[in-house]
Design a binder for this molecule. Structure first.
Ligand SMILES: Cc1cc2nc3c(=O)[nH]c(=O)nc-3n(C[C@H](O)[C@H](O)[C@H](O)COP(=O)(O)OP(=O)(O)OC[C@H]3O[C@@H](n4cnc5c(N)ncnc54)[C@H](O)[C@@H]3O)c2cc1C
Length: 521
């Protein structure tokens, strides 16, 4: 997206160049350090701007007496609607407990009850297996511990306000990353023996999203531009219960609230989920989302309500302090008042295709966490499996690099000088347009007609190709254009409904579609 010549830029050389400072990126850096590798973590804003920091409900691991990895596997496969890679899930559920114990050893303080880890249950889990911290602030606790670890580790350097622009790839081998340092307003080159994408999700492609502003799908755009394969881009999870008050930022009301017994009611106060699924409020998320949308349409409302008034008020306050506090700030007492909620974009099941060791289709380029797709989530993620996924597959990347990393090689020169002058545009307006198009045509309910309209919108912006971007804001929005197009293309190709992908014109799941959509430039 920019003209450059690596010989003219500041250059650094590391063992691991890690993009992203959420659980996947920071844990990978810690694991690499334990083996004596030096890592640099580039993150486009501050260390804590991540989906990880926002995670509420918890992290799943089969640690309870009545639980086992086999049961966790069964639940994950069932939620994945026929598209999970069973081997990838097997690794997740078997290696997960050990990685979580490591987090505890690093200092993560998960909630306890009577001296034991307090485990809760969430949607589509057959057992209580969700560890949580400070009630509903699990992600912040994990982020705190990892931030502390990397800050104290002499083998890890963190570079905030560094926006990864593009991967440096030649003959299908990745040598490093071109990044833009926002503070100094210049380009820099980071060469690495291994480059790890840990850039998280893409919720910001939608106006209504639980994700923070940084979640714009950059890693997928970088990988795709460099020629890597991306997979399952049509599978996006919308969270059913996001606070919906006029003029108030979208705020997630964790699934754990329903796990503790909250009901969903329509505007007439009717509890509707038992009509839609035998698990009622704890049905898979896509089922709950569509049930809510149907109730909203049937009752001409733009929201439904979570009702916790029948639950013990003290338990509610103790278990969900962040949610209680946030809602109280908007004048809602969650122990008494119905909490208005609506679905919003939440989690990307698809992403950069990797094998079971986190290797992408480009040599020396790895991916883990939400940006990656090794098939653990299939067509729909089981709640609280994503934090775990970042740990397990981040750890596996380091193990793999230990085996395959060859001797330190020369850093080749990369240049790009052919881009024409920037196209004048209003970046903020384009961002809003993308969000509106995605919400309208590539949301929880899709049709060929709508998806074609969205594709038309994205194609009209292909005129930016061949022109350089003015700044990181423009690069980010151009990543959103690319990734939005990939979601729409994959959603058009899949002529069925499955997991997080629902086509009104193809409402059934079709056996012939028990396969992945893989896109490559
Ligand atoms: C509100 C909310 C609640 C959630 N609750 C749970 C839960 O209870 N349990 C669970 O398992 N999951 C939960 N999730 C999902 C989970 O938080 C994420 O899937 C997980 O944290 C992703 O971790 P990650 O490390 O892959 O990415 P992130 O934590 O999103 O980190 C990505 C990092 O990449 C950086 N980055 C992005 N692009 C660039 C670029 N171009 N250059 C440099 N840096 C870049 C970002 O700044 C960020 O630091 C929740 C998500 C949200 C939003």
């Amino acid at each position: 997206m920019v003209n450059f010549d690596t010989r003219e830029l500041p250059r650094e050389k590391w063992d691991f160049v890690i993009l992203g400072s959420g659980i996947a990126g920071l844990y990978t850096a810690c694991a690499a350090s334990r083996l004596g590798y030096r890592s640099v973590v580039l993150t486009k804003h501050t260390l804590v701007d991540s989906n990880t920091d926002k995670a509420q409900g918890g992290i799943a691991a089969a640690l309870g007496d009545s639980d086992s990895p086999a049961l966790h596997l069964q639940d994950t496969l069932a939620a994945g609607a026929g598209l999970c890679d069973a081997e990838a899930v097997d690794i997740l559920v078997n290696e997960g407990p050990q990685r979580v114990r490591e987090l505890i050893a690093m200092g993560a303080r998960f909630d306890q009850q009577n001296g034991e880890l307090a485990l809760t249950r969430e949607g589509a889990h057959s057992r209580r297996r969700i560890l949580h911290a400070a009630g509903d602030a699990t992600g912040a606790e994990i982020q705190r511990v990892l931030n502390e670890k990397v800050s104290l580790d002499p083998l890890i350097a963190v570079r905030e306000e560094h926006f990864a622009v593009d991967l440096l790839v030649r003959e299908n081998t990745c040598y490093g990353v071109l990044a833009h340092d926002r503070r100094e307003n210049n380009l820099k080159v980071f060469y690495g023996r291994a480059v790890v994408l840990a850039t998280g999700g893409l919720g910001q492609l939608y106006e209504h999203s639980t994700n923070p502003r940084v979640a714009t799908g950059d890693g997928i755009a970088l990988a795709y531009r460099a020629g890597a394969e991306v997979m399952d881009m049509e599978f996006l999870q919308f969270h059913p219960t996001v606070l919906s008050l006029p003029g108030v930022p979208r705020f997630l009301i964790s699934e754990a609230v329903r796990g503790e017994g909250a009901y969903l009611r329509n505007r007439y106060g009717e509890r509707f989920m038992p009509r839609y699924h035998e698990l009622a409020e704890l049905a898979p998320r896509d089922v709950v989302v569509r049930a809510i949308l149907k109730e909203m349409a049937d009752t001409a409302a733009d929201k439904v309500f979570l009702d916790l008034s029948h639950l013990d008020a003290e338990m509610v306050q103790a278990r969900f302090p962040t949610i209680s506090r946030t809602c109280a700030g908007y004048g809602l007492d969650i122990t008494r008042d119905p909490v208005p909620v609506a679905p919003a974009a939440h989690y990307m099941m698809g992403g950069v295709k990797t094998n079971l060791d986190g290797e992408t289709s480009i040599r020396n380029l790895y991916a883990c966490g939400e940006v990656a797709c090794q098939g653990v989530h299939g067509a729909n993620r089981l709640a609280s499996n994503s934090l775990l996924d970042g740990l397990v597959y981040g750890g596996r990347i380091v193990e793999r690099v230990r085996v395959v990393a060859g001797a330190d090689s020369e850093c080749p020169v990369f240049t790009g000088r052919d881009l024409a002058e920037p196209v004048e545009m209003d970046v903020a307006r384009l961002r809003a347009e993308i969000q509106s198009v995605m919400g309208k045509y590539a949301g929880p309910v899709r049709t060929a007609d709508g998806l074609q309209k969205a594709l038309g919108f994205f194609e009209q912006w292909s005129r930016l190709e061949g022109h350089r971007a003015v700044d990181a804001e423009e690069m980010e929005v151009r990543n959103m254009l690319l990734v939005g197009r990939l979601v729409v293309q994959a959603a058009l190709i899949r002529t069925e409904s499955r997991g997080g992908h629902y086509r009104r014109d193809f409402p059934e799941t079709r056996a012939c579609w028990r396969q992945h959509v893989i896109l490559r430039r």
